[in-house]
Design a protein around this ligand. Structure first.
Ligand code: ADP
Ligand code: TPW
Ligand code: MG
Length: 582
C-alpha cells in the first residue's frame, strides 16, 4: 500500500475507522457476482493467489488446474456451452502466455471467454527495468483476441469487467483479455462508492434482427432450389435456437449436414440428416444455406472438386458477422443477424404452401446415406484383437446411443476423424472437439468444464498423442471427483505406432511412443479407476461401469498400431517432399 495510486485513492486514516472500505480484490469478486459469473478456471500464484481464495470464500467455484492452457480451454468451452464468457485466471508473464493459446483458440472458434491475468508493476514494465515476471501483456494479447483492456484504478473495475463481458459475447463471440496489475487488488476505496462503481451488464448480447429484404432474398433463392442443402455449424449450436432450427429443417424437408460440433443439434439419425452422404450433398446440391458455419478449410472454402466444380451453386449464409459474407466465394443471399432472430424471420415466410424439397433429391440423398451406413455396419461389429478403430468405436457408438445426455469430448487424428463419422449424436451441444484449428490439447480442459457447467457425465475419447497434451489434468478430475471417463485409443503413437527411424539410429521415429504404454496406471496414482481394455467387450464393460459409477476413470484401449492412416482424414494437407523419401 505504499505506492502513489493507493495513496491517491485511500481515504484519510482518521476517516478510515468510521468508514466502510472495500478493495480491488472484493470489487472484482462483487463485479463477477453481479454479472452472474460463478465459476473461474485457473492456476494460482503471485499476484492472484489471495484473489482465488477470497473468490472461493465468497461462493464462486474456483477450479485450480495444473497448467493454464487447460484452464483456458475449460473457460473457452464453458463459454460455448453457456453463452456467458468463460473465465480463465492466471499469473503474470509465463502463466499469461500459457493461457494465451486458449484465448486465441476461443477467438478463432467464436467462443466467448475472458482471460484475466495478474501483471507486474506498470512503471517498471514500461521502463523495462526487470520486474518479477515482467511483460507487456496487454500489447501481446491484443492481436490474439477481440478486445484487450487494463484496469489501473479500483474505481474502474466495474467498467472494465462490463467492457470485457460485452466484447466477449456481443456480435461474433470471442476471446477478451483483461489485465489486472498486482497493485490494483490492494487498492482501497469507500465501499459505498465501490458498490456504485459496479456495472450490471444489461442485455450483453443484444438480438441482431436481419433486414426484411435479406430474409426475402434468402427465401426466394431457397424456393428456387431443386437440390437444396442446409449446413449447420457450431455457431448454430452456440445460438441455442434449437427448436427454431428444427422447425426450419422439418418444414422445408431439406437435407441437413451438421459440422462436427453441430452434430446432435438434430439427431444424426434424423431422416433428413445427410451426414453419411456428405460427398454427395456437397457435390450435387444447387442451393446451400449455411447456418453458423464458415466456408473455411473445413468446407474446402466452398470450391473445388469436393463441391463438384465447375458449379453454379448459390449460397445463402446466416451469420452474425457481416464480414464473413463473400469471404471465400460469392454469397447470393447474405442474412446478417443472430441465428435465433434470422431463423425465426425465415420461418415466418415458410407457410403451409411452401414447396418441400423435391422428392427425387431427398430420396437420392437417403439412398446414398443408407448405402454408406450399411457398408460401415459390419466393420463396427468386428471383434479383432488387437482392436482396430472401428471395432472400438462400434462399442462406443452404442454406449452414446444409450446415454444421449452424456457429453462426448474427442481429439486425435484417426481417433477424431473416425469417431466423428461413426458416433451418432442425439442432443445439441454434446459433441465437443478440436474445432477450427484441429488443435490437440483441448481434451481434459473441455472434459472438466463440460462436467462442471452441465453436471452431466463426460466421455472423452482421446488419441494417445492428443491425451498427452493435457494428461496431467486427470489429477484435477480426480481432485474434484468429476464424472469423467477418459478412453485413450492407444496405438503407440501419432497416426500409427509403426514408424521407424529412417536414419537407422537408436532414436525411435518421431511419431512413435513407448510401445505398450499403460496410461490406465496414471490415474491410479490419484485414486481414480484405471482399466486396460484389449477387446471390444472389455472396453464396453469398462465404459459402462465408469458411466454408471461416475467415478473418474481412465481406460487404456489397446489399438492395433498399424490401423491408422497418416493425418487421419486430412492427409491431403500434409506437404510431401518432391524428392521422395530418403
Ligand atoms: P463450423 O466449424 O462448425 O463450421 P464455424 O466456427 O466455422 O463453424 O462458424 C461459426 C459461425 O457462427 C461464425 O462465423 C460465427 O460468426 C457465427 N455465429 C456464432 N454465434 C452466432 C449467433 N448467435 N448468431 C449468428 N451467427 C453466429
Ligand atoms: C497443438 C499436430 C495433429 S493430430 C496429432 C498431432 C500431434 C496427434 C495424432 O495422434 P493421436 O491420434 O492423438 O494418437 P491417432 O488415433 O491418429 O493416433 N500440436 C497441436 N495441434 C496439432 N494439431 C498438432 C500438434 C497433430
Ligand atoms: Mg495415436
Amino acid at each position: 500500500m505504499a505506492d502513489a495510486a493507493v495513496k491517491a485513492n485511500a481515504p484519510d486514516v482518521a476517516d478510515a475507522a468510521a468508514q466502510e472500505l472495500t478493495d480491488g480484490f472484493h470489487l472484482v469478486i462483487d463485479a463477477f457476482k453481479l454479472n452472474g459469473i460463478n465459476t473461474i478456471y485457473g492456476v494460482p500464484g503471485i499476484p492472484i493467489t489471495d484473489f482465488g481464495r477470497m473468490a472461493q470464500a465468497e461462493g464462486i467455484r474456483v477450479l485450480s488446474f495444473r497448467h493454464e492452457q487447460n484452464a483456458g480451454y475449460a473457460a473457452a468451452i464453458a463459454g460455448f456451452l453457456t453463452k456467458k464468457p468463460g473465465i480463465c485466471l492466471t499469473v503474470s508473464a509465463p502463466g499469461f502466455l500459457n493461457g494465451l493459446t486458449a484465448l486465441a483458440h476461443a477467438t478463432t472458434n467464436c467462443f466467448p471467454m475472458i482471460l484475466i491475468s495478474g501483471s507486474s508493476e506498470r512503471e517498471i514494465v514500461d521502463l523495462q527495468q526487470g520486474d518479477y515476471e515482467e511483460m507487456d501483456q496487454l500489447a501481446i494479447a491484443k492481436p490474439l483476441c477481440k478486445a484487450a483492456y487494463r484496469v489501473l484504478h479500483a474505481a474502474d473495475i466495474g467498467i472494465g469487467l462490463a467492457r470485457a463481458i460485452r466484447a466477449a459475447v456481443s456480435g461474433r463471440p470471442g476471446g477478451v483479455y483483461l489485465d489486472l496489475p498486482a497493485k490494483l487488488f490492494g487498492q482501497v476505496m469507500d465501499a459505498k462508492e465501490g458498490r456504485k462503481s459496479l456495472v450490471k451488464v444489461i442485455d450483453p448480447a443484444p438480438a441482431q434482427i436481419p433486414s426484411p429484404e435479406a430474409v426475402k432474398r434468402a427465401l426466394d433463392v431457397l424456393k428456387s432450389a431443386k437440390r437444396p442443402l442446409i449446413i449447420l455449424g457450431k455457431g448454430a449450436a452456440y445460438a441455442q435456437a434449437d427448436d427454431a432450427i428444427r422447425a426450419l429443417v422439418e418444414k422445408t424437408g431439406i437435407p441437413f449436414l451438421p459440422m462436427s460440433m453441430a452434430k446432435g443439434l438434430l439427431p444424426d439419425t434424423h431422416p433428413q440428416c445427410a451426414g453419411a452422404a456428405r460427398s454427395t450433398v456437397l457435390k450435387d446440391s444447387d442451393v446451400v444455406m449455411l447456418i453458423g458455419a464458415r466456408l473455411n478449410w473445413l468446407l474446402s472454402h466452398g470450391k473445388g472438386k469436393a463441391w463438384g466444380e465447375p458449379h453454379s451453386k448459390m449460397f445463402i449464409q446466416i451469420d452474425i458477422e457481416p464480414k464473413e459474407m463473400d469471404s471465400n466465394i460469392e454469397i447470393v443471399a447474405p442474412v446478417v443477424g443472430d441465428i435465433g432472430s434470422c431463423v425465426a424471420a425465415l420461418l415466418q415466410g415458410i407457410d403451409a404452401k411452401w414447396p418441400t424439397a423435391p422428392a427425387d433429391w431427398t430420396s437420392a440423398v437417403s439412398k446414398k446415406r443408407e448405402e454408406n451406413v450399411a457398408k460401415m455396419a459390419p466393420r463396427l461389429m468386428n471383434n479383432n484383437v488387437p482392436m482396430d478403430y472401428h471395432g472400438a468405436l462400434g462399442v462406443l457408438r452404442t454406449i452414446v446411443k444409450e446415454r444421449p445426455d452424456a457429453i462426448f469430448v474427442n481429439e486425435g487424428a484417426n481417433t477424431l476423424d473416425l469417431a466423428r463419422g461413426v458416433i451418432d449424436m442425439y442432443r445439441p451441444r454434446k459433441r465437443l472437439d478440436v474445432g477450427t484449428w484441429g488443435v490437440m490439447g483441448i481434451g481434459m480442459g473441455y472434459a472438466i468444464a463440460a462436467s462442471v457447467e452441465t453436471g452431466k457425465p463426460v466421455l472423452a475419447v482421446e488419441g494417445d498423442s492428443a491425451f498427452g497434451f493435457s494428461g496431467m489434468e486427470i489429477e484435477t478430475i480426480c481432485r474434484y471427483k468429476l464424472p469423467v471417463c477418459v478412453v485413450i485409443f492407444n496405438n503407440d503413437g501419432i497416426y500409427r505406432g509403426t514408424d521407424v527411424n529412417a536414419g537407422g539410429g537408436p532414436d525411435p521415429a518421431t511419431t512413435v511412443f513407448v510401445k505398450g504404454s499403460r496410461y490406465d496406471k496414471m490415474i491410479e496414482a490419484f485414486g481414480g479407476v484405471g482399466v486396460n481394455a484389449t477387446t471390444p467387450d472389455e472396453l464396453k464393460r469398462a465404459v459402462n461401469a465408469a458411466m454408471d459409477s461416475g467415478k473418474p476413470t481412465l481406460i487404456n484401449a489397446v489399438i492395433d498400431p498399424a490401423a491408422g492412416s497418416e493425418s487421419g482424414r486430412i492427409g491431403n494437407l500434409n506437404p510431401k517432399s518432391v524428392l521422395g523419401k530418403k
